[in-house]
Design a protein around this ligand. Structure first.
Ligand SMILES: Nc1ncnc2c1ncn2[C@@H]1O[C@H](COP(=O)(O)OP(=O)(O)OP(=O)(O)O)[C@@H](O)[C@H]1O
Length: 413
């Protein structure tokens, strides 16, 4: 029985900042990620197969990555395209410290890979075409921990902390925000983290937070994104209670609609639209953030309904556990309510259970405050139509709000 190459990831013991994260104290997570492996262009770290498969385009394209072989057991594997499929071959370690796939042993992993490349000996005797041809380099979004310096904590999420950080690319340094994954993430948590990053990579819009990449070579996993110095829209509204003007509230609502319209066109169901998940740039422009629950499907069935934002969810989602773009439209209505109510908690005084009963059974809807323009209030009520088919699309909402903006500007003149 071959010995597995790598050991389970132990916890990080680093002390750093206000948390126990320090980029300079790398987790000694495996016995074999030696410098030659770490430095190899084709070493991709702990990246799920969903992320590497699109990179392996031609027969013989290959890369090296870490993968969770069985729960808690991390191994090194060569992923490659063979006979139009993607195959993953685990690297084994011999008792005397050598590395091998089947029969041939070498003293290091890079030597083993070189040997298979130059001799053209297939990686498996069962796959004559499993011949290594072209090493696939790490894509630009796969970052090194060394290029990220954490500066200060900005906030905390369910999976870890968010930091202000400095990201260096060669000579250039850039301020970024880094979402970290608590140490020793479960496989499920790690896959969720990578999925969030994978979705964010697809989007490019001025009202959607941009991702620069992920650092996954070691713990803690890091998601590097544009920094939004204004913090969350919710905390801004609360801090500026009674001071946020009508024009600004309309702008916040319009910009959020713009970002969501873009996501709607990309077929992205965000699933957690709320003021707490909108961030503000230095110029207080709204950026839709937190894609931790999102999916690029038309419909998502999620049986868990555990820890869900009940007060932001539509009746059919609460009842049928089904999420669609129309769920986001409903949540957008709640977001606009939050904006016009200076960040108040929706359904004041009601618990989640009471809210659910009132919304689903009694068809109760919150009232929009008087200061909200009639056209905007009408949009919100349309977003809260019991029948998802009657809810407007985001493009229409954006156009209506834009028109209200124009009328406001003209009346001021
Ligand atoms: N790009 C960013 N720029 C500035 N601050 C940010 C950024 N991203 C997050 N933050 C801060 O960190 C806090 C936590 O963000 P995060 O998205 O992890 O938390 P969350 O909303 O609880 O998400 P999750 O549900 O995924 O745990 C935010 O409320 C915000 O204050």
């Amino acid at each position: 029985m071959p010995q597995l190459l790598s050991k389970p990831l132990p916890g990080t013991t680093g002390k750093g900042l206000e948390s126990n994260i320090n980029k300079n104290e790398h987790t000694e997570d495996t016995i074999s990620i030696t410098d030659d492996v770490r430095a190899a262009d084709y070493y991709h770290g702990l990246v799920p197969r969903t992320d590497v498969e699109p990179l392996l385009k031609k027969e013989g394209d290959f890369l090296l990555r870490k993968t969770e072989h069985t729960p808690g057991i991390i191994v090194l594997a060569i992923s490659m395209r063979v006979n139009s499929n993607i195959k993953h071959y685990m690297i084994n370690q011999g008792p005397n410290g050598t590395f091998y796939l089947e029969g041939h042993h070498e003293n290091s992993i890079s030597e083993l890979i070189n040997w298979h490349r130059t001799t053209k000996v297939p990686l498996s005797s069962n796959a004559a075409n499993a011949i290594l041809k072209r090493p696939v380099e790490r894509p630009a979004w796969l970052l090194n921990h060394d290029s990220i310096t954490l500066v200060k904590k900005l906030g905390e999420g369910a999976f870890g902390e968010v930091f202000l950080a400095e990201f260096s690319t060669g000579e250039e340094k850039q301020e970024v925000a880094v979402k970290t994954m608590r140490n020793e993430p479960t496989r499920e948590a790690r896959l969720k983290f990578m999925k969030e990053a994978r979705l964010m990579r697809k989007y490019n819009h001025r009202h959607v937070v941009k991702i620069l990449g992920v650092a996954v070579h070691e713990n803690p996993l890091m998601l590097v994104m544009e920094v939004c110095p204004g913090g969350s829209l919710l905390s801004y509204l609360r801090k500026n209670k009674g001071k946020t003007g009508a024009a600004q509230k309309l702008r916040f609502s319009t910009e959020a609609a713009d970002g969501l319209w873009y996501l709607e066109k990309q077929c992205c169901i965000h699933r957690d639209i709320a003021a707490r998940n909108c961030l503000l740039s230095a110029k207080t422009e709204v950026k839709i953030a937190d894609f931790g629950m999102s999916d690029d499907k038309k419909i998502v069935h999620d049986d868990t309904l555990d820890k869900v934002p009940v007060k932001w969810l539509s009746p059919e989602t609460l009842q049928g556990k089904v999420y669609s773009l129309k769920t986001d439209i409903w949540s957008y209505g709640v977001l606009v309510w939050e904006v016009y109510m200076d960040g108040a908690e929706p359904y004041p005084g009601l618990s989640n259970i009471q809210t659910r009963a009132k919304v689903v059974v009694q068809n109760y809807r919150m009232e929009m405050p008087k200061e909200c323009p009639t056209a905007v209030a009408k949009v919100v009520y349309a977003c809260w139509d019991k029948d998802p088919k009657n809810r407007p699309e985001m493009g229409k909402i954006f156009r209506i709000l834009k028109e209200v903006n124009m009328r406001t500007i003209q009346s001021v003149r």
